[in-house]
Design a protein around this ligand. Structure first.
Ligand SMILES: [Zn+2]
Length: 331
């Protein structure tokens, strides 16, 4: 961070004033491109109550003196007392160290676009004399939980690790992909249940098909700013075509699902995990089904019904046909 700050001062993009180092925004004529806020509008709208050491109201802090009791580090050249970094500089420093002067994708919450990301860009581009900091900026919408903003202060934070105790990772993945990344996402148990049901169906229907090439409509949707809800709609379209006997649609469905990171298990592994998650022991189920068949043979229908109800209570649904009894775990 200190090296970056010293570079910016040497290049004339930053200055030292009253033990602060400030980035001089007018030194970068195309500042504001990311959030599409022209510099002159920003300057005109800047607050009246501006710190006296700023040359321009838009100038932002790269380094500042620590208040008593705050952590402090040796300051960049030109500042005598120990201090601490401003809000934006660490991101430019981390990106430089780990990704280089220019890199591919920068993510972040939509609320960080301005001023945080705009200022990161100003720092990095000015320090390295580059046209770009990141080639793509991917801003995600807010995450809501059952219709309410998810926030530490509200106490309704759900962690991925906790969710993985109850749901396969693919259910979480599909559930997230149902919302475009740029839109607000409402995370609900109901949504998770629907995603799990959808995956159950895809596993039963498509997981044994190898799949050569993803469907072109699915790829087109993804190429359109990662429009995952549209891609999923295309998957449902392929599913109904395949149901009607279209072999190419089935192939494309299987390949597309794998392409977006689903169907990573076999159908058997998927079923077994679902059974285990529901606490169902397949051997025990088979034993009860055999006992029920015995009871029916002996015309003890009360006992047969009791066994069926007991299994239903454990989430196991039976299906009788002329070939015998099959079962599955209900969601
Ligand atoms: Zn950042």
């Amino acid at each position: 961070m200190k090296r970056l700050i010293e570079r910016l001062v040497a290049a004339g993009n930053a200055y030292v004033a009253e033990e602060h180092v400030l980035f001089h925004v007018p030194s970068m004529p195309d500042y504001g491109q990311l959030s599409k806020r022209p510099l002159d509008e920003l300057i005109a709208g800047a607050r009246v109550d501006v710190a006296p050491y700023k040359r321009n109201p838009m100038d932002f802090v790269l380094w500042k003196p620590s208040k008593p009791g705050e952590p402090a580090w040796p300051s960049p050249a030109g500042v005598t007392t120990p201090g601490r970094p401003g809000w934006h500089i660490e991101c430019s420093a981390m990106a430089w160290r780990h990704l280089g002067e220019t890199f591919d994708i920068h993510g972040g919450g939509i609320d960080l676009e301005f001023p945080h990301h705009e200022n990161e860009i100003a720092q990095s581009r000015s320090a390295f004399h580059t046209r770009l900091m990141a080639r793509f900026w991917v801003h995600n919408g807010f995450l809501q939980l059952e219709g309410e903003k998810m926030a530490k202060s509200v106490g309704n934070v759900v962690r991925i690790r906790e969710l993985l105790a109850d749901w396969p990772g693919e259910v979480l993945r599909l559930n997230m992909l149902k919302t475009h990344y740029h839109q607000p996402m409402d995370w609900t148990v109901r949504g998770l249940e629907e995603s799990a049901k959808t995956l159950d169906d895809w596993y039963e229907f498509a997981a044994t098909t190898a799949g050569k090439r993803p469907g072109s409509a699915v790829l087109e949707a993804l190429l359109d700013d990662l429009n995952t809800p549209r891609a999923i709609a295309e998957l449902h379209g392929l599913r109904s075509l395949a149901h009607g006997g279209d072999a190419l649609a089935l192939d494309e469905l299987a390949a597309s699902l794998r392409f977006i990171g689903l169907l990573r298990s076999t159908t058997d592994e998927w079923r077994t995990r679902k059974q285990a998650a529901k606490g169902v022991d397949p051997a025990e189920v088979e034993r009860l089904i055999a006992a029920r068949a015995q009871a029916r043979k002996a015309k003890d229908f009360a006992e047969a019904d009791r066994i069926r109800d007991e299994l239903a209570g454990r989430g196991v649904a039976l299906k009788d046909s002329k070939d015998g009894t099959t079962w599955e775990v209900a969601r």
